[in-house]
Design a protein around this ligand. Sequence first.
Ligand code: ADP
Length: 259
Amino acid sequence: QQGQEEIDRLADSFNEMLERLEVSFEHEKEAKEQMRRFIADASHELRTPLTSIHGYLEVLLRGAAENKDQLYTGLNSMHGESRRIIKLVEELLLLAKLDRRPELDLVPSSLTRLVLDMENQLHLLAGDRHVDFQVKEDVYVNMDADKMKQVLLNLFHNAVQHTDDAQGKITVSLSPVRGRAELKVQDNGPGISENNLDHIFDRFFRVEESRTRKYGGAGLGLSITKSIVEAHGGSVRVTSAIDQGSTFSVSLPLKANLN
Ligand code: ADP
């Protein structure tokens, strides 16, 4: 009788171990698959502009360089392609750093100040789009100012890219809401469909229509934004619907007034 009980218990614990092993194995498989995808995506993103540069060089070397116009067109295109590569490599380096749990230089400071200091720069970026700043109260958070600037720039840049120069309207707002600082970037662009919303913060994810666009990035901006905000103990959300524009909201723990 006792022997049977022990055997049962032993069988149970073996089963348990097996289950755990399977779970961790599944987890490992998933991590490996993610890594594989990441490398495949990054290589693909690099290969496209490199292939293009290679092609231009071949044409130029075969004689097109003799023609001043063709030489200029080739150089100009290669300049654009190399800029894409530089941007991508910078983003990849930043992601690698963020993965190692970022070395944030957290200082209690005024997020209001940061936003207002960027006002001119954002107006310039916006071209003819109408930009509204709704920033009144002084809001303090623990932040790495350089990283937080990047967050606002990424979100604003996306808003600019997805609105028309003349009809575009972008609102940047900041206010304290229930113990959190809420920084929002709202646009009146085309919006994001429900099934794309679930993936918008994934690495290398781009909405289908954006893939063909020339100026589009590699789909890393929002995942970088999310990593930075989460490293600050915050969160980032999006509300959007087709033809309704998009609102990206960053929520950060408030710091008591410094004065
Ligand atoms: P990228 O660096 O390529 O712009 P992001 O990670 O910033 O990539 O954005 C991912 C996808 O989300 C892109 O395909 C882009 O089209 C879409 N997106 C981002 N911001 C907006 C916005 N404000 N309005 C509509 N679509 C957006």
